[in-house]
Write a protein that binds this ligand. Structure first.
Ligand code: BES
Ligand code: MN
Ligand code: ZN
Length: 485
């Protein structure tokens, strides 16, 4: 998509659609007022008739109004002026883009951001690009048509290019998740990550199955054994900070398909399990944006890529694995595989000298039971670090909520035959018993675990986004890197 600054007036730009904004008190933004004037008061009339109410995300289309060059005007509701934040700006622009993109329209012009700050504006640009991008990768008749040209009024070129960097990174994450699992194998994911790194100027290192053996990644390799697809571990480095400064480590679960292994999932639970690499995809998307935005911080992204399948050599219930750190893990459920993959990747992150760690994983259904589909669970061993991450999420308008890490959860993963076991006692508190296993492998480094099992993959569409991979928390991770001290 070509993104350019709109220089014409809102009523004279010859675009397929122009987008203007209205707050919930019925106050039109400056460009909306101009449209109102050019149309002899059409918008005022619609406000009086309560057709336009300014409710956040509401959309009113005015077709071919006289006095306006564009074929249609879309009035998007922005909600309360005082409450408008980055998330609201993102969703408003994305909702408008999704509606306009429902038909093949070549260009859209957004005249939205009077008196917004640069961060709200670039979030909105990001929304306008991402909103018209769908999951219909393999449909001949598309549901959504990304615009060829996006015109944006009232922002600097820096704001536009920052918005585009964020959007292209969110779109990368979504595409990696949306690709079918037989296509997006561990090797294919690693190849895509490598290509992205070369384009973006990130350092990249890929560990194949031989290297993983040499590195004693016994926990990750055990999960991979049931699959014909060989595993990979990808390490990406952005050296934006001072040489030698310990990096922020972003760690992702990359299970490219989770059948459950011998603890086989029922068909209904398996249907969406191509999304089980969303943590890895989020890390790759975020570090891409961090590099493009040239943030002055050292960041290292590590993703563990395996397929959890069933064959004659599958890892078994009762097996005892020796993780890279030397700890032994008794396997009592092969569907609790994400934590086994992350155990080794976290160990590598610590060895690579991480100052602080964030891991992202579609780790447990229990987290979705606890918090619902739209909220990420945060778990930590370091409250100050967790507060920083939570604050970044809030700033970006992405919903996250902390869950406790009481010692009792840790007692549940004690094993009689090994150092630990890979599930708790019964299914209660499953999000936290999983986090407790991860905590065993961070060697006390400040660490936040983000369970994105709910928000990473939308089973039904949102007004501002098609169903499928959501790209959730890419923007939050970029914000964490921006706030890094
Ligand atoms: N990938 C799943 C978790 C998941 C569930 C992600 C729903 C997205 C949506 C994970 O590997 C898993 O199977 N977890 C088990 C853990 C259990 C066996 C202790 C679960 O949540 O049931
Ligand atoms: Mn599983
Ligand atoms: Zn899984």
């Amino acid at each position: 998509m070509k993104v350019t600054a709109a220089t014409e007036s809102v009523s004279s730009i010859a675009s397929d659609a122009v987008v203007v904004g209205c707050y919930s008190d019925g106050a039109l933004q400056a460009s909306a007022k101009e449209i109102d004037k050019a149309t002899g008061g059409a918008l005022t009339k619609l406000i009086e008739a309560k057709e336009i109410e300014g409710k956040a995300g509401s959309l009113t289309t005015v077709l071919a109004p006289a006095g306006v060059a564009a074929s249609q005007v879309v009035v998007v509701g922005l909600g309360d002026r005082e409450k408008l934040d980055r998330g609201g700006a993102f969703r408003a622009a994305a909702s408008a883009a999704k509606q306009i993109g429902s038909k093949e329209r070549k260009s859209a012009a957004f005249y939205l951001d009077d008196e917004w700050d640069a961060d709200d504006a670039s979030a909105a640009v990001c929304g306008a690009i991402v909103g018209c991008q769908g999951q219909d990768l393999y449909r001949e008749k598309k549901n959504l048509f990304p615009f060829e040209e996006l015109h944006w009024a009232g922002s600097s070129d820096d704001v536009l290019s920052a918005g585009q960097s964020l959007a292209d990174s969110v779109s990368l994450t979504r595409r990696l998740v949306n690709e079918p699992p037989s296509k997006m194998t561990p090797v294919a994911f690693a190849t895509d990550a490598e290509a992205m790194a070369k384009e973006t100027g990130l350092e990249v290192e890929v560990w194949d199955e031989k290297k993983l053996e040499v590195e004693r990644c016994g926990s990750l390799l055990a999960v991979a054994r049931g699959s014909e697809q060989p595993p990979r571990l990808v390490i990406l480095r952005h050296n934006g900070g001072k040489a030698g400064d310990a990096p922020l480590a972003l760690v992702g679960k990359g299970v490219t398909f989770d059948s459950g292994g011998l603890s086989l999932k029922p068909s209904d639970s398996m249907k969406t399990m191509k999304c089980d690499m969303a943590g890895a995809a989020t890390v790759v998307g975020a570090i891409r944006a961090i590099a493009e935005l040239k943030l002055s911080v050292n960041v290292i992204g590590l993703v563990g890529l395996v397929e959890n399948m069933v064959n004659g050599d599958s890892y078994k219930l009762g097996d005892v694995l020796t993780a890279r750190s030397g700890k032994t893990i008794e396997v009592l459920n092969t569907d609790a595989e994400g934590r086994l993959v992350l155990a080794d990747v976290l160990d590598v992150a610590v060895e690579q000298g991480a100052a602080k760690i964030i891991d992202l994983a579609t780790l447990t259904g229990a987290c979705v039971v606890a918090l619902g589909l739209d909220v990420t669970g945060l778990m930590t061993n370091d409250q100050a670090w967790c507060d920083e991450v939570a604050e970044a999420a809030k700033t970006c308008g992405e919903q996250a909520w902390q869950l406790p890490m009481f010692e009792e959860y840790g007692e549940q993963i004690q094993s009689k035959v090994a150092d630990i076991k890979n599930i708790g006692e019964g299914r209660w508190g499953g999000a936290m018993t999983a986090a407790k296993l991860l905590e065993e492998f961070v060697q006390g480094k400040p660490w936040v675990h983000m369970d994105i099992a709910g928000p990473a993959f939308l089973e039904s569409p949102k007004p501002w986004m098609d169903a499928g991979g959501s790209g959730a928390f890419v923007r939050t991770l970029v914000e964490v890197a921006r706030q890094w001290k």
